[in-house]
Write a protein that binds this ligand. Structure first.
Ligand SMILES: COc1cccc(CC(=N)NC(=O)c2cccnc2OC2CCNCC2)c1
Length: 389
């Protein structure tokens, strides 16, 4: 397939795969900051760049409205991600974030926001290399402006602004195959409210299954079963950081979280991110951790429902509690909080609990990419310890 834009970029090319002469690591070296293009790329006439300060309520609302109407839909165009404003504020303002990396495109005359792309800084370890990277996300072009080749110039502009901060690598995901995935993950869904999921067309009644049999199949206990299972609190940050660092060390690609990162990314925020610890009742040590983020989807055409409340598995560490039991407790709290479905990728050790906890495979894949960093060959999803929002 032709990738006119991506063939011009420092990304692993399909032709490199399996070539023993290609070394792992950065593809192009950094350049002197004085050599980075000092001014923005040229947009098509009648459009302007517009840095979006997501802290400003009016701007957050414009970004929310653009994504709500124009962001990613499932393959059958029945659902569209509906990130909340609070979620976007959380996702875009981690420690050391740059407002300049929250990039909008506006119509010169009307000032209407018609496209968006973002980066946030992250320290990502690749094998034994800790690399300062940009995590790129929320690339969105208004439906009416598609195939105007806006995306390539927006990707070049966010890359230029990342270079100005002396960062030369990036990480991103996509539902489409581009040159060249570092791994391809499969997504899985665990029904929590099967009646609604079938009603809105997210799931189908299994063969030889009745609705009441299906409801019974997915029934969960009313309360968690692990002693000491409780919400994470600020005082838990150092212990959770230690748990996560110990756990993520086994993966080829994973975030290098410090306390400030853990405080931002994993402290519970209502309707944004939920996280739980297991505190040993005897010793009071924290032995396990689980978390999921809240990403509803608009239901594009159903008489009775307009929103699908979905939880997405985030980071989970089981050192004493069996992972199966820990994740079953995560399902139980998600059901208590009236989520309709619990989603997970087959990354990290997730593959160990998906089938057992009655997840079903989704109908799509999520591909992970690194920019300006080559791996000798693609990873298994279980080698990946990075979850992007
Ligand atoms: C149910 O509503 C949907 C609305 C839009 C797209 C999809 C399918 C889809 N593309 N799902 C995922 O990409 C996905 C499935 C499981 C876990 N994480 C995921 O994506 C995350 C991570 C990447 N950025 C979007 C959210 C489903």
């Amino acid at each position: 397939k032709r990738h006119r834009f991506w063939e011009t970029q420092p990304v692993g090319q399909f032709r490199d795969l399996g070539d023993p002469t290609v070394t792992e690591g950065p593809i192009e070296p950094p350049i002197p900051l004085s050599d980075v293009k000092p001014d923005p790329y040229t947009l098509p006439a009648s459009y302007d760049w517009s840095t979006c300060d997501i802290s400003d309520d009016a701007v957050a609302t414009e970004v929310y409205n653009l994504l709500t109407a124009n962001y990613v839909e499932d393959d059958e165009n029945m659902f569209r991600f509906n990130y909340s404003r609070e979620f976007l504020r959380w996702a875009l303002r981690p420690p050391a974030y740059f407002t300049a990396w929250h990039i909008g495109v506006r119509v010169k005359s009307s000032k209407k926001l018609v496209a968006f792309i973002t980066g946030v800084p992250a320290r990502i370890r690749v094998r034994n290399d800790v690399v300062g990277m940009a995590e790129i996300n929320f690339l969105c072009v208004h439906k009416k402006l598609r195939s105007k080749r806006l995306a390539p110039v927006m990707i070049k502009e966010v890359t230029r602004r990342v270079h100005l901060e002396n960062m030369w690598q990036a990480a991103y995901t996509a539902g489409v195959v581009l040159p060249t995935p570092i791994t391809t993950t499969q997504y899985w869904h665990r029904s929590l409210n099967p009646k609604k999921l079938i009603e809105v067309g997210f799931s189908r009644l299994g063969p030889r299954m009745t609705m009441s049999r299906t409801i019974k199949l997915y029934k969960l206990p009313d309360s968690v079963i692990t002693p000491g299972f409780r919400k994470m609190e600020l005082r838990d940050v150092p212990a959770v950081t230690r748990l996560l660092q110990g756990y993520l060390a086994q993966f080829v690609v994973a975030p290098d979280f410090d306390d400030a990162d853990v405080e931002h990314w994993l402290l519970p925020r209502e309707d944004v991110v939920e996280s739980y610890v297991v505190e040993c009742p005897q010793t009071h040590e924290l032995t396990d951790f689980c978390s999921f983020y809240t990403l509803p989807s608009s239901i594009l055409s159903n008489q009775n429902y307009s929103v699908l409340k979905a939880a997405y598995s985030y980071y989970n560490v089981a050192t004493k509690t069996p992972l199966l039991q820990l994740m079953n407790d995560a399902l139980i709290v998600a059901k208590q909080k009236e989520y309709d479905v619990f989603n997970a990728l087959d990354v990290m050790h997730n593959g160990k609990f998906l089938k057992e906890l009655k997840f079903g495979p989704g109908d799509g894949q999520l591909h992970y990419y690194l920019y300006n960093y080559r791996l000798q060959h693609p990873l298994k999803p279980s080698d990946l310890g990075l979850v992007l929002l």
